[in-house]
Write a protein that binds this ligand. Sequence first.
Ligand code: NAD
Length: 363
Amino acid sequence: MKNEYNIALLPGDGIGPEVSGEAVKVLKVLESKLGLTLKLNEVPVGGAGDEATGHPLPDDSLETARKADAVLLGAVGGPQWENLDFSLRPERALLGLRSSLKLYANLRPAKIFPALVEASTLKQEVVEGLDILVVRELTGGIYFGEPRGVETLADGSRKGVNTLVYSEEEIDRIARVGFDVARKRKKNVVSVDKANVLECTGLWREVVGKVHQDFQDVVLSNMYVDNCAMQLVRNPKQFDVILTTNMFGDILSDEASMLTGSIGMLPSASVGGETGMYEPIHGSAPDIAGKNMANPLAMILSVGMMFKYSFDREEPNEWIESAVEAVLDRGCRTLDIMSKGMKEVGTRAMGDFIVQELEARVK
Ligand code: NAD
């Protein structure tokens, strides 16, 4: 196993740099405790990329990401860049990174920590023990399909077009990721489509069924996306792995995230190519940026996923998860997960508590 890793650190905008700072503290602990060399190369993306070079994904930043063993990203975007041309908006950096690094599979766990059961908007018995993994296709579908755009017609009115496209190959490879990760979990995949209305997702259903023949130890069922959105609120514990398209996964994973109480708690991994990218699922939260209020736990848990999926080291991920659990059990809460009787802490203090717990765990 390697002992030296190059990590591209892309803090981005808003709360991105704040939560990234806390992730770096965690990396430093793991580096010294495990005798690793973690080389962090920090580069600007998103609005920070726009400010530095006039482009949300500067060439140097992309090159640094390409050469890295893994990419850690905070978040991008903010109101100050909303009037830029679409091609220069901060969020374009995400699409550029995903397609350049060939990150076609996005893994988004929605797992509830016992101490946060009361932070969910759903009843305790509905969410207690919840542990879902959404496997979202990330480089195809309607977000990338051509033709796209808004055109002005001869009569002066405008028409907007986006196109949903999936090739058999794209469906096949994401289905394999879904079945593969299910094998390490409860071996249950629900493939989500809209096969009754969209021919493209009819093909999705067919190809997923075909790939399933190679994974017969995993149970597969199919569900329409509207039903899935409803079932996630009605009885979310029926799900283990949800396998779905880019847009459906975008929406359903945000819905699943709220079952766990806060968007500030959920990490994600994007894999498929040689370099994996790890980031919290939340955005740049301009409303709380610079106020030491952001919850850094999603970002810190993303570090754990990086060790698990890119460095093939399961233990640091387990240590991080158990440090998070311990800190929550001690009653420490950032504002987004605050409840009565708990102790409110800021971003930096939350990071420090995690570091303390890690120091105690990793000998
Ligand atoms: P958001 O996730 O930034 O914020 C939604 C709400 O959740 C806000 O009230 C925010 O304060 C809160 N929140 C988010 N993360 C939090 C955290 N770690 N701790 C505590 N509270 C947190 O979504 P938005 O408001 O729709 O978007 C803001 C900007 O972020 C936009 O420019 C958007 O395009 C961008 N965005 C970026 C990403 C990304 O970088 N991956 C994802 C989503 C949105």
